[in-house]
Write a protein that binds this ligand. Structure first.
Ligand SMILES: [Zn+2]
Length: 421
């Protein structure tokens, strides 16, 4: 039995978002870190809400929560939609939670209006995506898509030294057998026909261009490096300017070149150096060594690779010219994740039919959808974020903006689950 819908879908979704935001650690905004008591309460609350709407509720060993509206062809693969329930520290109430609240509401509405679907429709509340408590990300979708095998549960610990396995066990998840070396059972799923994620943009493009809906064409690939530039630390007073091997001025030349070439490469390429360590970092000593990070993103693998190769060889030239040495350590290589082009076209058609303004765009931020994209047709829908702000208590999107995304999601789910193919 399902609780009837007594209000508009948008108000039901907003109520659900408000209710969910209560599950937070004290402090400003929403803080809901993986396997904390507020996280547990949120996942239990969602299970109750899903069950109240007549969905078949299940959890898996890492604490992902599923609610399924079983289709008439139960052997058919599942249409999955949802997002992550965890937040950053002092985050907002929309990042992740919106995708879950909208998915539950959309399925509730479709069930009430059209009855049982042909194919099963399922909402997922992924346990973790942000990497806020443990030094890994995508702990939820990473299991579902086979990126993790569970061995990380013993090797990863939070800042207080609590391992993932211990934290999981405290919430009643993980293995029932507490022998230390047993790996978490694989919970990879091969029964997913399509995955759809609705999310706030977390950028300023939709607001700046006055569009209601962003149709994500691809999630940008990322390359990260650490660069170590070594010169000679020496006395700031006694070393003439033409006899120096200053690692910091060499780094400065590299970073200005990075900015210029990234600008010339054009959108959607972005390149950032967010952290520098200067050794010895003393006012009267010429810097002998600098270590800095590089974060480079693009939606096309070839262009991303070419930019990285070009910039790193230019860095080498700068180092050689200045009598410095350079050492490079790759830190991350995540390929771009193109979304399914047919689903992108479906979304364009739906926006046109609903009379909504929309634009095609690339997501510079990572999302659960990027793990599904290589495995099944995957789509991602954005709505505007006020001032482009997210990961902050100031994160905000209006009811109208969130409601527009809900209607687009609902229509796409209808087409995927109710229509004969
Ligand atoms: Zn998110």
């Amino acid at each position: 039995m399902s609780t009837p819908m007594t209000q508009t879908p948008a108000s039901e979704m907003m109520k659900l978002l408000d209710d969910l935001s209560i599950f937070s650690a004290p402090g400003s905004g929403v803080t809901r870190l993986l396997y904390t008591s507020e996280w547990s309460q949120a996942q239990l609350f969602l299970q109750e809400r899903m069950a109240g709407f007549g969905l078949k509720v299940e959890t898996d060993k890492v604490g992902n929560v599923y609610g399924r509206l079983v289709g008439r062809n139960p052997d058919d693969k599942v249409i999955l939609t949802g997002s992550h329930v965890d937040t950053v520290v002092n985050g907002g109430k929309y990042d992740g939670a919106y995708g879950i609240a909208a998915a539950i509401t959309a399925i509730h509405y479709l069930h009430e209006t059209f009855g049982q679907p042909l194919r099963s429709l399922e909402v997922v509340s992924f346990c973790e995506e942000e990497g806020s408590r443990f030094p890994l990300t995508f702990w939820g979708s990473g299991h579902v898509t086979g990126m993790y095998d569970g061995s990380e549960a013993d090797t990863c610990a939070d800042s207080e030294g609590i391992t993932l396995r211990t934290a999981m066990a405290e919430c009643g998840y993980g293995s029932s057998d507490d022998t230390m070396n047993q790996s978490i059972d694989l919970i990879k799923r091969d029964d997913i026909k399509a995955f759809v994620e609705l999310h706030i943009e977390q950028g300023i493009l939709l607001e700046k261009t006055s569009k209601q809906i962003g149709i994500v064409q691809a999630i940008a690939g990322q390359r990260r490096f650490t660069v170590r530039v070594s010169g000679t630390a020496n006395h700031a007073g006694t070393t003439p300017m033409n006899m120096r091997a200053d690692a910091l001025t060499g780094t400065a030349e590299m970073l200005l070149l990075l900015e210029r070439l990234a600008g010339e490469a054009g959108e959607p390429l972005v390149a950032t150096s967010g952290r520098l360590e200067i050794i010895p970092n003393t006012p009267n000593v010429i810097p002998g060594e600098v270590q800095f990070t590089l974060d480079i993103r693009h939606s096309e693998a070839e262009k991303l690779e070419r930019f990285c190769t070009d910039i790193l060889s230019a860095f080498n030239e700068i180092a050689a010219k200045r009598g410095l040495t350079m050492e490079l350590t790759p830190r991350l290589s995540a390929p771009p994740a193109p979304m399914n082009s047919e689903l992108c076209h479906d979304l364009e058609r739906i926006c046109q039919k609903q009379g909504r303004s929309y634009r095609n765009m690339v997501s510079g931020a990572g999302h659960d959808a990027q793990l599904f994209a290589p495995r099944c047709p995957t789509a991602m829908i954005f709505v505007p974020s006020r001032d482009g702000i997210s990961h902050s208590p100031a994160e905000y999107s209006s009811t109208e903006e969130l409601g527009a995304g809900l209607e687009v999601l609902t229509e796409l789910l209808y087409e995927l689950a109710y229509k004969e193919i």
